[in-house]
Write a protein that binds this ligand. Structure first.
Ligand SMILES: [Zn+2]
Length: 205
């Protein structure tokens, strides 16, 4: 059952050289938010992070950035880090290498040259990973998946998942999307509070 929330090391090997955790020597965690920016969610999320004084990493869909550039600029101005999540939120397993790389490059023009990359849906082929790594990208996966996009998970349940699976250097994934919206926005302050109580600090990737 845990595999839904944290991939075991043997399964991580299908992603050669990908990063699942940051600094494992300290009680530090990395909050990450995928799929934004969107006006219905991102500004409210930024308010929460500002209030909590937490910096996070946003894996953005470049198509959304072109629609909402002012939100992108606020994310950057607030001190958060931006990562590439492709231009069209595409599944690597459905694309030829050249087409996949072209989409990432198109996104790169919009996203200001970030070298952090997270494959949408976690679907990426080893040859795509090798190509992106040779271009200087760090392939960032996650250590804890909150399932915030699934309406069957309440904020309380997400906080429980994080509490149970978090460890030094955990990269924790949420979604900055309409699908996750209220449940994610309710879970984030709760998760931050509980992690702080357990002695964790928050950093960007
Ligand atoms: Zn995504």
């Amino acid at each position: 059952m845990g595999i839904k929330y944290q991939l075991p090391a043997w399964l991580q090997r299908i992603y050669p050289g990908a990063i699942w955790r940051g600094d494992t020597t300290r009680k530090v965690v990395y909050l990450t938010f995928d799929d934004g920016p969107v006006p219905e969610v991102t500004p409210a999320l930024l308010d929460i992070l500002e209030k909590e004084k937490v910096h996070a990493t946003f894996f953005m869909v470049a198509d959304n950035v072109t629609k909402y550039p002012q939100i992108y600029h606020r994310v950057v101005a607030n001190g958060h880090k931006v990562g590439n999540h492709t231009y069209h939120h595409i599944k690597g397993t459905k694309y030829k290498l050249a087409d996949y790389i072209a989409d990432v490059k198109k996104a790169d023009v919009i996203l200001g040259g970030t070298k952090l990359f997270r494959p949408p849906y976690g679907r990426i082929l080893p040859k795509q990973i090798f190509a992106l790594r040779s271009m200087g990208y760090k392939i960032i996966l996650w250590d804890v998946l909150t399932h915030d996009y699934d309406k069957n998970y309440s904020a309380d349940e997400m906080a429980k998942i994080v509490k149970r699976y978090v460890r030094n250097g955990s990269i924790i994934t949420f979604h900055d999307s309409i699908k996750s919206n209220e449940r994610m926005l309710a879970a984030v302050p709760q998760v931050i509070r509980e992690l702080r109580n357990d002695g964790y600090t928050f950093e960007t990737l």
